[in-house]
Design a protein around this ligand. Structure first.
Ligand code: NAD
Length: 638
């Protein structure tokens, strides 16, 4: 990649930022490439330490590349930014927790994302040109990339001061504040790098390091501690206003430029983290992600970028006046995120997706959109957005962490499984989301497990709309480990995944659910036809039943009467939605299973027989399964 130079020299894995024209601003691709290199070198015995530096005179790294975030955020698409931050923060934690020494050479500007990159390494070197800062509050954001971890641990109230004013630190200041470790004059850098590559021993730094010059920040510290001891932003502003010193006045001026909400939130974050026992960088990153997740939608971030970088008018219109930030707005930013919480899980899985039909194509597209690498195959040659098309099912399966199948029936599933299982990597998971018979699901699971794979049957409910919007429900059978592997994928493709027990139980849940659905849809349709003949208005019928004991999903969410209730296929000439043929398939599966298990299912049997007649003998083929209503409308008892 042209923005990075990644190589091994002697005993060192070397990463050099080479995006000089953009002051080495960190792009998403650079983040991912750096992470890949760290992953590769973690267990490589040839690499004893990592050396991280940057080309050009002006900057180690002047921040994250926020142009794309701005563009997507202005379109109301917050997913890109959230994914960038998720992956960047995982890299920040990885740098801090890396099992081998990482030596960062911090020259020129080291700002925001640059601190995240160079500021958590085990050996951080500064020089005469170093200028470190966390300037985020100036663009309506908060210190992130683990910056709040450093700020919370800085001596006295320096964290509050640096986080709220975005003040710059020189090399000596950065060492005093805990953002760096050593001072090595720049003329000594190349010889030091050469020694580090040769020996792989970070002790080389001690020989090259000099006593840093006196830190101006250290000299100011008593004043800063006194002025930044307040509990809230307003307390700090009052202390500064009442102080009257030149320093207080200058500081007040810089605070008045920054986003008030950002400063109030940053202050709360630093306070929270400082009082935490056994504080780790993950605690800080997790808290920061709560803000990043919300900042484009509910904070001043987009306006801040506009004013600073896009229009460059430097007159941002912040949401709040300087000391008028309600406490509730701060706590809203910092509320836990629930299932969206930063979890430091690895970014992208390699996914093979086989069967890109009505359901499979949008499901695969959602996985690709979420950042996973998806290779897709369909015999009909269909494609899905963001998915790399490959020439065979085997090719889609090779090297995949998870292979997903979304196929018409059990016979095709067995045939495809027999081809792909030998091609899959040991430990990978075969995840079948088709609706198939329980026996096929169990047979495929046995085949997969014998080959050292995890296997899940995870049929879905929610239809094409749910597949497109990522709101499917998954009913899952199979082992707990495979379920845990697939869980992040379920979270992308759906809103709920229920682990129903061992292999085949997902299909069992699905066919029981759909047997109920078939029966209630018929009951709803025949009741409407009866109501018509009794002269009862359809709207009145809906209003009563949808709030009385006859209610069901068929009535309330998928009303078979056109123009009544929420939008459904009945409003679209009964174009499927969920085709009557597929309902017939599911009812057949339920009766096949009932037969095998000796279960008495007379209503399921009757529903199957009705759908069979409708699809095979009448005009139901290709119609939605709710088209039973016009069928009943046309008929009498005879
Ligand atoms: P579909 O017919 O649109 O898609 C199936 C795809 O599989 C087709 O594109 C077909 O070309 C492909 N295919 C067939 N054989 C193949 C092979 N050997 N290798 C590769 N690809 C092959 O059907 P769909 O609506 O997407 O449904 C898929 C599954 O999901 C079915 O089991 C169905 O019962 C279930 N399901 C569908 C819905 C729905 O509303 N459509 C809802 C829930 C569950």
């Amino acid at each position: 990649m042209s923005d990075l130079h990644i190589r091994i020299e002697g005993r060192a894995g070397r990463i050099t930022l080479t995006r000089e024209k953009a002051l080495n601003a960190l792009s998403y691709d650079m983040c991912l490439a750096i992470e890949d290199a760290l992953d590769r070198w973690r267990d490589d015995p040839a690499v004893a330490l990592i050396l991280l530096d940057a080309a050009g005179d002006r900057a180690f790294c002047a921040g994250g590349d926020i142009a794309e975030m701005y563009r997507t955020g202005m379109d109301g698409d917050y997913a890109y930014g959230r994914q960038f931050w998720r992956d960047e923060y995982r890299l920040n934690a990885k740098l801090a927790e890396y099992p081998k020494p990482i030596v960062s050479f911090l020259h020129g500007f080291v700002m925001g994302g640059g601190v995240g990159l160079g500021g958590h390494c085990s050996h951080r070197i500064t020089c005469e040109t170093t200028q470190v800062s966390m300037p985020e509050v100036g663009i309506g954001f908060v210190p992130d990339v683990g910056g709040t971890y450093l700020l919370a641990r800085a001596p006295g109230r320096l964290g509050e001061y640096l986080g709220l004013t975005a003040a710059r630190m020189d090399g000596a200041d950065a060492i005093h504040a805990g953002f760096a470790d050593s001072f090595v004059p720049q003329e000594g850098w190349e010889p030091l790098k050469a020694r580090l590559c040769e020996t792989g021993d970070p002790a080389e730094i001690e020989d090259a390091a000099q006593r840093p010059p006196d830190s101006a920040l250290a000299a100011q510290q008593p004043e800063i501690d006194r002025l930044f001891g307040g509990e809230t932003l307003t307390d700090i502003l009052n202390l500064l206003r009442n102080d009257g010193s030149a320093f207080a006045e200058k500081t007040l001026k810089s605070l008045s430029r920054n986003a008030p909400l950002s400063m109030a939130v940053a202050l709360d974050m630093i306070h929270r983290l400082r009082t935490k026992q056994h504080l780790t960088i993950r605690d800080a990153l997790e808290l920061e992600f709560r803000v990043s997740f919300r900042i484009m939608e509910h904070g001043d971030f987009l306006e801040g970028i506009r004013a600073a970088i896009i229009d460059k008018d430097r007159t941002p219109h912040w949401r709040h006046a300087l000391d008028r930030v309600p406490a509730v707005d701060v706590s809203k930013m910092l509320m836990p995120l629930g299932r969206d919480k930063l979890d430091f899980r690895e970014r992208a899985m390699k996914i093979g997706f086989i069967g890109l039909g009505n359901m499979g194509a949008p499901m695969a597209a959602n996985l690709a959109k979420a950042g996973h690498g998806v290779h897709g195959f369909d015999v009909a040659g269909t494609k899905a957005e963001g998915v790399t098309s490959v020439a065979s099912a085997v090719e889609a399966a090779q090297g995949a962490d998870v292979v997903i199948t979304m196929l018409p029936n059990g016979a095709i599933l067995r045939e495809v499984a027999a081809k792909i299982i030998p091609a899959m990597a040991k430990g990978a998971v075969l995840l079948d989301c088709s609706t198939v018979d329980v026996d096929s699901a169990r047979a495929v699971a046995v085949m997969a497990e014998e080959a050292g794979l995890g296997a899940l049957d995870a049929p879905v409910s929610g239809g094409v709309g749910g597949a497109t919007n990522g709101t499917l429900t998954f009913m899952v059978g199979g082992g707990a480990d495979a379920f845990a592997t697939a869980k992040p994928l379920f979270d992308i493709m759906g809103q709920k995944a229920v682990h129903c027990g061992p292999a085949g139980n997902g299909q069992a849940a699905k066919i029981c659910n759909n047997m109920i659905l078939g029966v209630t849809m018929i009951a709803t349709c025949e009741a409407f036809a009866l109501a018509d003949k009794l002269g009862l208005d359809r709207q009145a019928m809906f209003d009563v039943v949808s709030t009385s004991s006859g209610y069901s999903w068929s009535m309330n969410a998928y009303c078979p009467a056109p123009g009544i209730g929420p939008q459904s296929p009945s409003d679209n000439g009964y174009r499927p939605g969920f085709a009557a043929d597929l309902m017939l398939k599911d009812l057949r599966l339920s009766q096949q299973a009932a037969e095998a298990a000796d279960a008495d299912t007379p209503m399921g049997q009757a529903a199957m027989e009705l759908y069979r007649r409708f699809v095979e003998d009448e005009d139901g083929k290709g119609m939605d399964f709710s088209a039973m209503l016009p069928r009943f409308e046309k008929r009498g008892r005879g």
